[in-house]
Design a protein around this ligand. Structure first.
Ligand SMILES: [Fe+2]
Length: 495
């Protein structure tokens, strides 16, 4: 079965030369449902793989107001549901309040994150001016998807089987006044709790919260920061969460004059706040570390008196200023995503709760980002991190590197010429007992063939290449974050 469910008209002007709307970023408007009896499958879909792979990404519909940033586009989720050696694909826009309003208007109503001054109505995000695009992150909790954007927005919950929007939780309004929910919330699969944060331009600048396994707001507290921050991730362990206060901030002197120039203060230490999972601002232990910026963590865990955090660090972050843009805006965005310049690499921070000291070590010289781990090991000691390798173009993920952090060895797989992948997830085999006893799943786009496919690799040896490739109905634009929903968690039956 291959069914075209809807077609949303893309109104981006043909003469718009913003590179983040072209090539592997170019939007699609068709929403499909398709089963593998109508899709070409190269290889064999494993019969012992049961669950749903989800990938979120920005897929702009309308000609933007002002300079488009690649984090502005409407959210679209691509889902591939595996069971009994078969698969079902569907892609749907995330029908947020802003998306529906712009559909009704037939044009953009909100500017993006770079030019908030062009807005003439209240919006979302930490500045309160952009659209609630929900195209950054997606995760499954209590049988529902939560899709969000990096700049914070109201909660968007979707049915993981249909990708249709569901009713928001009643506590949505409690957090909306502080910006809502930021991308990169973490689920503890043992307790079913979800830990999240948000940030805004008003003191105390951050809030931290915990949802219980039924998605009730169990804990929500202000976190006092010295000023406006733009954190992107949060770490969790069995007993703690790790909050980020990084010195890549709006220059305070310029901000006082109304200018938002994101500046890296390379003599201002990074600060990491270790907070008991249900603790308050008074319980936070702040640790100082090398000035840096972090987009994504691979994982955190406890070890004796220490909390260990691992992820990708840069000491040369870049981002265009927020405000009126000039003809250098595109170059600045290209710099932001130039992984050769920013040099994100795997790093380990060890925070000693007894001594208050931080120990740091680089784990690798090679540039990687978008690290992920097996869901079952989030917050626990783990062995494998799966990171993207990059090419010359922005957001071009040419391959995958699997780190074995126990033996300090790695495997790699490159997708091939003209092919870009994305963040991966690990789907375990039924009955698996080892951390990598399963499959690595991602979406790969072939710009030579102008098509995309879901690629399945054997997690124990990714270097062997795909065990199966499912050719999707249409090319999928490059995206952001992914999640894997185990077969027995789809309806919330297991926390
Ligand atoms: Fe992210």
């Amino acid at each position: 079965m291959l069914k075209l469910e809807n077609e949303i008209k893309i109104t981006i002007h043909e003469d718009n030369t913003n590179p983040f709307l072209l090539d592997h970023f170019q939007s699609i408007g068709k929403e499909y449902t398709a089963t593998t009896d109508s899709l070409e499958v190269i290889g064999e879909i494993p019969k012992d793989l049961h669950g749903i792979f989800m990938r979120n990404g920005h897929n702009q519909v309308h000609e933007p107001i002002g300079v488009y940033h690649t984090f502005d586009g409407d959210g679209m989720i691509h889902a591939i549901h595996f069971e009994d050696g078969k698969a079902e694909y569907r892609n749907r826009f995330v029908r947020t309040t802003g998306f529906l309003a712009e559909q009704a208007a037939g044009r953009s109503l909100w500017p993006g994150m770079l030019e908030p001054h062009l807005g003439n109505r209240r919006g979302w995000g930490s500045i309160g001016a952009m659209k609630d695009n929900a195209g950054t992150d997606v995760i499954c909790h209590a049988g529902k998807l939560i899709a969000s954007m990096s700049q914070c927005s109201e909660l968007n919950r979707l049915d993981p089987r249909t990708l249709e929007m569901t009713e928001p939780d009643h506590w949505n309004l409690t957090i909306a006044e502080h910006g809502g929910i930021c991308s990169h919330y973490k689920v503890d699969n043992d307790t079913g709790e979800l830990m999240f944060f948000n940030f805004s331009e008003r003191p105390p600048y951050m809030h931290y919260g915990v949802l219980d396994s039924n998605s009730n707001l169990k804990h929500y507290v202000p976190i006092e920061l010295p000023g406006i921050r733009w954190p992107h991730d949060i770490g969790v362990t069995k007993n703690y969460s790790i909050l980020h206060d990084l010195p890549f901030i709006f220059d305070p002197e310029l901000l006082a004059k109304g200018e938002r120039k994101v500046t890296f203060f390379n003599e201002m230490p990074a600060r990491f706040g270790v907070i008991p999972r249900h603790g308050t601002n008074d319980d936070v232990k702040w640790f100082e570390a090398t000035p840096c910026f972090i987009l994504h963590l691979s994982n955190c865990y406890e070890k004796g008196d220490c909390v260990v955090m691992e992820g990708c660090i840069t000491t040369n972050p870049r981002k265009p200023a927020v405000g009126k843009q000039d003809d250098r805006a595109i170059d600045k965005m290209m710099n932001q995503f130039d992984k050769g310049a920013t040099q994100y690499r795997m790093h380990r921070w060890t925070f000693n709760l007894k001594t208050g000291k931080t120990h740091e070590e680089y784990l690798d010289d090679e540039v990687t980002e978008f690290p992920t781990v097996n869901n079952e090991y989030v917050g626990k000691p783990y062995r494998y991190s799966y990171n993207a390798l990059f090419g010359d173009k922005p957001y071009w993920m040419r391959g995958l590197k699997k780190y074995d952090l126990l033996t300090n060895s790695h495997q790699r797989y490159e997708y091939g010429e003209g092919r870009t992948g994305g963040e991966v997830q690990v789907g375990l085999r039924k009955g698996a007992v080892e951390e990598d006893d399963g499959y690595v799943i991602t979406i790969v786009t072939d710009m030579i063939e102008n098509r995309s496919e879901c690629v399945i690799l054997d997690a124990k040896d990714i270097s062997q290449g795909p065990v199966a490739r499912i050719i999707l109905p249409e090319r999928v634009p490059i995206g952001n974050h992914t999640c894997w929903i185990e077969g027995d968690r789809i309806d919330g039956e297991r926390v």
